[in-house]
Design a protein around this ligand. Structure first.
Ligand SMILES: *Cc1c(COP(=O)(O)O)cnc(C)c1O
Length: 361
């Protein structure tokens, strides 16, 4: 059986360093907002190429608190791709704002910059591009639009740790880069964790208050804040893993390369372009008989996933919120997409075997 993901195997090579880190955190007797969080924030901002990083409790919080920093008027509109994980849209709603869905490019699966301007109104305040599956959105065009209309940019980088567009890393383009360190992500903790990157000192210090009850000085609250702190134990683990993030990404790119070079053209494969450094959080192919293909692979002992089976605008939770958007391109992607195994623990032989089975379909 070739598994889709296995978190024990994924973390196997880090176990002894994790144990060292855990013991040292335990012995420090300091578990919230201490040396580990500070160290990880420094290391991760350096990695992304921004001046600041602020550690938070999750990716959803990173998106939500980024929006909260700007104190936009209630019901302001935020542009977001129609084919994202629901968290991006939930953040907009939970911030008291309105999601405006824009269709993706059918080739890159990322928001189609040419379809953004027609959705901008006098109420639009921000664009939230999502670097889906580990490929950056077309950030030069998106930044051009944001400047023209004076909009904020919050990048959803949850699937794109280390991904680049024109040699700049995801998280270094917008006002905020919002990251998730959920265990399965390219940089994953051993529990929930998240964070933001930014170049603005003012935004970073406001974010530090928001994550800690709106407080800078103990028991004095400047803002109605949240409890969204990255904890010391997870920060320690993340520092261990960050040192190997480039190796993780390189390995995933090697596996992707085997798929791309050897899979028959019956399968629609991810596009490659020298402007992009893709980190393949997910390796997605498309096929008109997706469900049959998934079953066929399972019969051949190969597990796959679908990211995602149901688009946000068709989820029950989005009734009356964004179910009025008609998104045929997003629908087409959701109906045909299939994610193949591409974890750090998969070998080149695993992938060659999967290719062989797939090419007989
Ligand atoms: C995982 C993910 C999130 C949410 O991150 P959590 O840490 O689970 O809150 C947001 N957006 C995208 C695109 C994701 O893949």
């Amino acid at each position: 059986m070739i598994e889709y993901e296995n978190l024990l195997k994924l973390n196997e090579s880090f176990v002894s360093e994790f144990q060292k880190s855990f013991t040292s955190t335990l012995q420090s007797g300091w578990f919230i907002l201490g040396k580990n969080v500070e160290a990880f924030e420094k290391e991760f901002s350096k990695y992304v190429g921004t001046s600041y990083c602020v550690g938070l409790a999750s990716g959803l919080d990173a998106l939500l608190l980024s929006l909260k920093v700007f104190e936009f008027p209630v019901n302001s509109e935020v542009i977001v791709p129609s084919n994202t994980y629901i968290a991006t849209i939930l953040a907009i709603i939970q911030a008291g704002l309105k999601p405006v869905l824009v269709e993706p490019d059918i080739k890159t699966y990322n928001i189609d910059p040419d379809k953004i301007e027609e959705k901008i109104t006098s109420h639009t305040v921000a664009i939230m591009p999502v670097h889906l599956y580990g490929k950056c959105a077309e950030m030069d065009k998106i930044i051009g639009i944001s400047k023209k209309y004076n909009l904020k940019i919050i990048e959803d980088c949850a699937q794109a740790h280390g991904a680049m567009f024109k040699n700049k890393k995801a998280g270094a383009f917008g006002d905020f880069g919002a990251f998730s360190f959920y265990p399965t992500k390219n940089l994953g903790a051993l529990g929930d964790a998240g964070g933001i990157t930014t170049n603005a000192k003012e935004f970073a210090s406001k974010m530090k208050m928001l994550r800690n009850y709106g407080s800078n000085i103990k028991y004095y609250n400047e803002l109605p804040g949240y409890n969204s702190r990255l904890d010391e134990v997870q920060a320690g683990f993340l520092s261990v893993k960050l040192k190997k993030l480039d190796d993780i990404n390189k390995h995933k790119r090697k596996l992707a390369d085997i798929y791309i070079k050897n899979l028959k053209n019956d399968f629609i494969k991810p596009v490659v372009n020298t402007d992009y450094y893709d980190v393949f959080h997910i390796f997605a192919i498309r096929h008109p008989k997706r469900n049959q293909l998934k079953e066929y692979l399972l019969k051949n002992d190969i597990k796959t996933e679908i990211h995602y089976p149901l688009p946000p605008n068709k989820q029950k939770a989005m009734k009356g919120i964004c179910d009025h958007f008609n998104c045929p391109i997003s629908d087409e992607i959701h109906n045909t997409i299939l994610s193949l195994p591409i974890s750090y623990f998969h070998t080149l032989d695993d992938v060659s075997e999967i290719v062989e089975v797939l090419n007989k379909f």
